[in-house]
Design a protein around this ligand. Structure first.
Ligand SMILES: Cc1cc2nc3c(=O)[nH]c(=O)nc-3n(C[C@H](O)[C@H](O)[C@H](O)COP(=O)(O)OP(=O)(O)OC[C@H]3O[C@@H](n4cnc5c(N)ncnc54)[C@H](O)[C@@H]3O)c2cc1C
Length: 371
């Protein structure tokens, strides 16, 4: 089949690898001008480890392993450690490989078969599925027809909007926003792998360190904010406002440095919950279908697994797309649902809403594991 994949994140690149190897002709379009490889380290875990083995990337994934979360601690307003982050609270499975997001993206990019066409600064504008083919027009003005279109364009998927409906119909807001950016001045010797987090009511400001890198990470509770998801200026304004007037610990310095990062990652923590992930010749994978939010620690694993399951079912069902998609959904839904369920408690653990809740969380963590 001639297949278009919209989005070159972990889901889109995985689909490119798996579908091309299964003998399909694959084209990937990515709206930005590069692979978006920034963000904090991510996890390959559970069934996704076997998927990574099947994709032939498990050795590379293991070779890039880091163990950042083992040295994560909550600090008070002066920077003194007050509680450890107990691993069992965020890892529901012990079989977890944590690695820098940029390393996984590079591994996927290197594994992508040469014949897969990867077009940057390109995106779908219209999709017309006539039952036999999907006619697509792109932002560049190009037109092409495909047997199948895979929406792998993330939580704010354009394919989902064009084919299934507006984002708000499928969105469950967790009440938290997240921002991540480089803070190069924070890589002091001796703290090489230590991650520190300060909580204030409804606020999280942290420095995550791994290898020679330091990331500033911010989370804050908020009602839904209306802004253009692609507007970096708007994202920076929202972040600056959320932490304005906070003078504790390193917060002013961290905010200032992160705001200077041209690759700042900012998003709402909102889950995508859909009654169906396919319609006609169009199917969704990854965050586009079932974003669980970074609170799940499962986004990448679900992306690898979903692309793999979809490819297997297309193989098994030949031309019968409806059966292939239905089987993909039936196998993959329990994984997505479990991840979404797990993530729902994340805000109370990482961004408690009140001083009392922060203290209660810290007391519980200290009891589970001494500092
Ligand atoms: C920059 C960035 C940083 C992240 N950081 C973290 C993190 O720190 N922790 C965490 O748990 N998760 C993070 N995530 C989310 C995590 O990567 C995903 O949950 C997981 O990898 C599933 O990926 P996905 O490919 O479905 O979606 P995404 O990773 O969101 O990838 C979607 C891709 O599609 C592209 N795209 C969007 N719209 C269009 C369009 N209209 N046409 C073509 N392409 C489009 C995007 O630019 C992106 O490259 C981050 C995502 C991004 C994009």
């Amino acid at each position: 089949m001639r297949i278009l994949v919209s989005g070159a994140g972990t889901a889109g690149l995985s689909a490119g690898i798996d579908l091309a190897r299964a003998g399909h002709e694959v084209e990937i379009v990515e709206r930005t001008n590069r692979l978006r490889a920034n963000g904090s380290p991510i996890d390959v875990r559970g069934e996704a480890i076997e998927t990574a083995r099947g994709m032939g990337i498990l050795d590379a994934v293991r070779a890039h392993r880091i163990t950042m979360t083992e040295q994560t601690k909550f600090v008070d307003r002066s920077g003194a450690a007050v509680a450890p982050l107990v691993l069992q609270e965020i890892n529901e499975t012990p079989d977890d490989i944590e690695l820098p997001r940029e390393d996984l993206m590079a591994i996927l990019r290197q594994t992508l078969p040469e014949q897969v066409e990867l077009r940057f600064e390109e995106r779908v504008v219209t999709l017309v599925d006539d039952g036999d083919r999907v006619a697509v027009t792109f932002a560049s003005g190009r037109e092409a027809a495909y047997d199948l279109v895979v929406g792998a364009d993330g939580a704010h998927s354009a394919v989902r909007r064009l084919v299934f409906g507006e984002e708000k119909e499928f969105t469950e807001h967790l009440g938290v926003y997240v921002a991540i950016g480089d803070v190069p001045g924070q890589t002091a010797p001796g703290t090489a792998r230590v991650t520190e987090i300060l909580n204030l009511p409804g606020r999280f400001a942290g420095v995550a360190r791994y290898r020679d890198k330091a990331l500033g990470i911010f989370e804050f509770r908020s009602e839904p904010i209306d802004y253009d998801h692609h507007d970096l200026g708007a994202q920076k304004r929202i972040l600056a406002e959320a932490f304005a007037g906070i003078e504790d610990w390193k917060v002013p310095e961290l905010v200032k440095t992160v705001l200077a990062d041209p690759n700042l990652y900012f998003d709402v923590l909102a889950q995508i919950i859909m009654p169906a992930w396919h319609k006609g010749r169009v199917v969704l994978i990854g965050d586009a279908a079932h974003c669980a939010t970074p609170m799940a620690g499962r986004g990448v694993s679900l992306a690898l697994l979903g692309a793999w399951t979809l490819t297997e079912e297309l193989d098994r069902h030949g031309d019968d797309l409806e059966s292939a998609f239905a089987a993909y959904e039936q196998r993959h839904r329990p994984h997505a649902a479990a991840a979404q369920e797990f993530a729902r408690g994340g805000a109370d653990l990482m961004v408690p809403a009140t001083w009392e809740a922060i203290e209660a969380r810290n007391t519980r963590l200290r009891a589970a594991q001494p500092l």
